[in-house]
Design a binder for this molecule. Structure first.
Ligand SMILES: [Zn+2]
Length: 204
């Protein structure tokens, strides 16, 4: 069985304030007599479910095409946490044993809103560090960022950088039971880019 943990990508999908929402330019359209339908996309690469590259938060960080694909593919644990909105998930909120090298946190965020909500939950840098020491290489979250909306120094992003870990943001985890899955969430090979959208699925 597959759980699709990707939101639909359309012009209605909210993006970070100031970022570029998705739009589609139709160049040719069979419904208007053309021999094919052909369209182009314009969008932030931080759209919907996406993988951040280190170059997004570090001047000389690796770009998304330079990241090893095995980060985004393999055993994964989904954990629900009781975190308040606009708070960081702390180590004491984790009540289950970490057994897999990839962890996705479900904070209860629901993606139904047409409007970008700024009071989403994030990760504490201490949690990122502790998970690193427990063998975790990727952490995903169902909110737009692993740091809080108003964070300028991005302490959790920098902890990912320090330990060469991978970030997935914007996942849809509302209907996924806690447990262990195979994660498949490969980023596109976008040369020089600071992130990539992913089609993220969990396989049981
Ligand atoms: Zn990020």
């Amino acid at each position: 069985m597959l759980y699709d943990i990707t939101p639909p990508v359309s012009p209605d999908l909210p993006v970070w304030p100031g970022d570029v929402p998705m739009s589609r330019e139709v160049l040719l359209d069979m419904k208007h007599g053309d021999n094919i339908t052909l369209s182009a996309i314009k969008s932030t690469v931080h759209i919907g479910a996406h993988a951040d590259a280190p170059s997004h938060y570090a001047r000389d960080g690796a770009t998304i095409d330079q990241r090893p694909l095995d980060l985004y593919l393999g055993p994964c644990q989904v954990i629900r946490v009781a975190v308040q909105r606009h708070h960081r998930i702390t180590t004491d909120m984790i009540k289950v044993a970490i057994t897999e090298p990839r962890v996705l946190f479900a904070t209860g965020e629901v993606a139904e809103s047409q409007k970008f909500k700024t009071d989403f939950a994030a990760l504490s840098p201490e949690l990122v560090e502790q998970l690193h020491h427990q063998g975790v290489r990727l952490i995903g979250i169902d909110t737009p960022s692993v740091d809080l909306y108003d964070s300028k120094d991005l302490p959790s992003h920098h902890m990912f950088l320090r330990h060469n870990m991978a970030i997935l943001e914007g996942l849809v985890l509302a209907d996924v039971p806690e447990g262990v899955y195979e994660l498949i969430a490969l980023p596109l090979r976008l040369v020089g880019f600071d992130a990539s959208p992913v089609r993220a699925v969990l396989r049981t």
